[in-house]
Write a protein that binds this ligand. Structure first.
Ligand SMILES: [Cu+2]
Length: 487
């Protein structure tokens, strides 16, 4: 049933796709105001001065400290084995937060403190990591670095006040290749203290499952094939734990749609076709200007927030959201417009006031931290994925100075995809293969294409030992992890 509906991508054309996607990404990035900055770069003085200018450009981008308003929002759930209907009337055995896939959406407002009493009712240890949230170090959910794994039957209380509003998500950081694939993930939405009056605020968590004919999870994890390629790509993509769901909306509605990629490895590139979709945030953080989301990749870990206005006198009543990352496109979900009177939401400007430096002059300061991405034979799985020549078991931490300007470089020497994620900080992409790009937003995860070099600018505001790793779960499992120590 499922196999006829959604084609399984073959490994050969994935490689081809990766190359053409690089060209697209490069073509997308260029921007007029970079030229002005380039002129300034030529006139600029010592590196010291450049660094100071870069820092002043950064100032006010996001806060250093949380501002708790004294309100505590309590949640309580367990991670438990459960069965869910990915397909109608077919039960798939999963592991799930609160027995649901996705887990419960945790919604709080900026200033509120989240407190979760979490119980592990799984047959193996686990933790929860809050992807993208600048949490206190002890709340980051990294086993052996920020906390001990939570043993089966034990509980742990996560408590923090987010510093930045936006779209985040949570997932285990123990045996991620198995635990995420089995269904452990959920959304954390931190609303602005006064959210914009969208008629609807939707969260779509995209996932990709490798299921067998009987709709059960193929339970061999971290296979040689997964490791030597781009991780575990499945045959059944889902939106909010459903295969090709239909979402009914009203004419005239203005929707904030928050997309999250929770897949182990699959990259999504959603196409909203005739629906006018405007990008307003990426990886949680509001952009400095609205952007065209066409061609934007959502690698594992990435989020993309869209502002979508449903036509009030639609010509058609059905819109298909199609994924175009793989050569063979497929439908992710369908939006249908109800045959009712249009609703007229309150008018307001597209949210886009965030301060995001252009930072073109980052290229004037030397690279002070590098992550060379490659593999070697050996280790538990026969292949080890490496950062700077070392797997996690032998890793050497990178060091960044608190509140200082850094130019960090990812060098992908391999022929595979690596969505690189750094905990505890946001960074901005400055160049891809030496070509300036001006993304109007921060990131916590960037997809580094085969043989690509990406320079990013970062000013770490949160001290601690932060994990950095490839978000393809199988690559991380096979060693592609290290620590960034901010002191
Ligand atoms: Cu990788």
């Amino acid at each position: 049933m499922m196999n006829t509906m959604i084609p399984e991508p073959t490994r050969n054309y994935l490689c081809l796709l990766a190359c053409s996607a690089t060209i697209m990404a490069l073509a997308l990035g260029c921007s007029a105001n970079l030229d002005e900055y380039s002129e300034e770069v030529e006139e600029s003085g010592t590196p010291d001065t450049v660094e100071r200018r870069l820092l002043s450009e950064f100032e006010g981008s996001f806060p250093e400290k949380a501002s708790p308003n004294g309100e505590m929002v309590d949640f309580e759930f367990a991670a438990i084995p459960a069965a869910v209907e990915l397909f109608p009337e077919t039960k798939t055995k999963v592991w799930a937060y609160d027995g649901r896939v996705p887990g419960p959406t945790l919604r709080i407002h900026l200033g509120q403190t989240l407190r979760l009493k979490f119980t592990n009712s799984l047959p193996q240890p686990t933790t929860i990591h809050w992807h993208g949230v600048r949490v206190p170090h002890a709340m980051d959910g990294v086993p052996g670095v920020t906390q001990s794994p939570i043993e089966p039957g034990d509980s742990f209380v996560y408590e923090f006040t987010p510093k930045d509003p936006g779209t985040y998500w949570f997932h285990p950081h123990v045996r991620g290749a198995e635990q995420l694939e089995r269904g452990l993930y959920g959304a954390l939405i931190v609303e602005d203290a006064k959210p914009d009056p969208y008629s609807r605020d939707l969260v779509w968590i995209l996932d990709d499952w490798r299921l067998m004919e009987d709709a059960q999870i193929y339970d061999k994890f971290v296979t040689g094939g997964d490791i030597s390629h781009d991780g575990r790509w499945g045959n059944v993509p889902t939106v909010n734990g459903r295969v090709q769901p239909t979402i009914a909306v009203k004419p005239g509605e203005r929707i904030r749609l928050r997309l999250i990629n929770s897949a182990n490895a699959r990259i999504f590139r959603p196409d909203f076709s005739a629906l006018k979709a405007t990008g307003i945030a990426y990886d949680g953080m509001t952009a400095s200007r609205p952007f065209d989301p066409t061609g934007y990749d959502l690698a594992p870990g990435n989020r993309l927030d869209l502002d979508i206005t449903i036509p009030d006198a639609p010509q058609e009543d059905t819109f298909q959201i199609v994924d175009r990352f793989t050569r063979q496109s497929f439908m992710l979900a369908e939006i249908t417009i109800e045959d009712t009177d249009p609703i007229l939401p309150e008018r307001f400007d597209i949210p886009a006031a965030a301060r995001v430096p252009v930072w073109a002059k980052v290229m004037d300061i030397p690279v002070d931290s590098k992550m060379v991405l490659n593999a070697r034979r050996g280790g538990q799985y026969g292949i080890e994925w490496l950062i700077n020549g070392l797997p996690w078991t032998e890793h050497e931490s990178l060091r960044l100075k608190h509140r200082s300007m850094h130019r960090l470089q990812f060098v992908n020497q391999s022929y595979r995809l690596h969505p690189m994620h750094i905990h505890g900080m946001f960074f901005k992409v400055i160049t891809r293969n030496g070509t300036l790009v001006d993304e109007p937003h921060w990131r916590d995860t960037v997809l580094v294409y085969p043989q690509e070099t990406i320079d990013v600018g970062v000013v770490p505001l949160d001290k601690g030992k932060w994990l950095t790793h490839c978000h393809i779960q199988e690559h991380a499992e096979a060693g592609m992890k290290t620590l960034v120590e901010v002191e």
